[in-house]
Design a protein around this ligand. Structure first.
Ligand code: DGY
Length: 327
């Protein structure tokens, strides 16, 4: 790759990144940064892309299915600052000859930490407890109310036993939780660490005091946690999600929370976020966060550097480490 001078690849960066990441991008590439961090719409990104060779974008960009077919022919690579890539169609990118890379691995721990926060926070009432203190209602507490739900020693079902699912399991074991999981196929014994595999999602559900959603959003998983699935959870179960909101059927989850079939839910991701189904706001048994699974300085910095590494490899003629497309 031409490291200096006019031959540098032109990269459009759609959002403001960590300062160390922006410094490196500016040094290596002819970069268009977004210093005001203005959220650009699809059409603006498409317009700007016309003067670039590559895009560094995020899962928070609103792109839609028409994005890749409409991209300028100058674009040769899209590096997404996320492990999830459901906002980009890999087949469309392949059809256009555009390489796509993501950022696996570097956000595993931060995201698994948030899954545990959701498990603990939803079970023990972090959201309603915080509100009671802020609203000066502490005096309403008695020995009988409010009450949360035990976490220690209970059963955790993990949907999606990839890197993040395994990291959630490792943390949950410290709480004496028994781990069950469903994935397309069982993971190696050293990765399962005794977790019980269920080949059918339907067989996992009755074993879950807690269900943690940690799978990718794909055509197969979208809407998978629906009314039929929730009905198979034991009465009083808790659902937490740090993966993607569209894996859950919001109407079904809200109904199960309102009826008491589910004791609580912890949600970091929502279908259509940041605009969420407003009925969630009225439910006291939902603990909600604004998609912060990877939101620590070290993690966001590592994600940015991973994007840069992939771009450097690509423009040097090497195969990027985190290539999602065939080439
Ligand atoms: C990811 O990397 O996929 C996180 O959810 C942020 O989008």
């Amino acid at each position: 790759m031409a490291a200096t001078g006019p031959g540098k690849p032109r990269i459009l960066v759609t959002r403001k990144m960590m300062p160390d990441v922006e410094r490196r991008i500016a040094a290596l590439f002819d970069a268009t940064l977004n210093p005001d961090d203005r959220q650009m719409g699809r059409d603006e990104i498409l317009d700007k892309a016309a003067h670039h060779d590559g895009l560094l974008l995020t899962s928070f960009d609103k792109l839609g299915p028409e994005f890749i077919p409409a991209l300028a022919s100058s674009i040769r690579i899209i590096a997404t600052h996320s492990v999830g890539h459901d906002h980009l169609s890999i087949p469309q990118a392949e059809a256009r000859g555009i390489a796509v890379t993501n950022t696996p691995g570097v956000l595993t721990n931060a995201t698994a930490d948030i899954s545990l926060l959701l498990i603990l926070g939803s079970a023990r009432g972090a959201s309603w407890g915080d509100r009671m203190v802020r609203e000066n209602r502490w005096g309403e507490t008695t020995l009988l109310t409010p009450m949360g739900h035990d976490v220690t020693g209970r059963r955790l079902g993990i949907l999606g036993m990839g890197r993040i699912g395994q990291a959630v399991a490792a943390r949950a074991r410290a709480f004496g939780m028994a781990i069950h999981y469903h994935s397309r196929r069982p993971v190696a014994a050293e990765d399962a660490q005794g977790a019980v595999y269920h080949a059918r999602f339907e067989d996992l559900l009755p074993k879950c005091d807690f269900l943690s959603i940690n799978c990718a959003s794909t055509p197969e998983t979208r809407g998978m946690v629906n009314a039929a699935a929730l009905a198979l959870l034991p009465f009083g179960a808790i659902v937490v999600n740090t993966a993607r909101g569209d894996i859950v059927d919001d109407g079904a989850l809200i109904a199960a929370l309102a009826s008491g079939h589910l004791a609580a839910a912890g949600l970091d991701v929502f279908k259509g976020e940041p605009s969420i189904d407003p009925r969630y706001r009225a439910l006291d048994n939902v603990f909600m966060l604004p998609h912060i699974g990877s939101a620590t300085p070290a993690t966001r910095s590592a994600m940015g550097h991973k994007c840069i590494d992939n771009l450097v490899q690509f423009f040097s003629g090497e195969r990027p480490t985190d290539l999602l497309t065939a080439k």
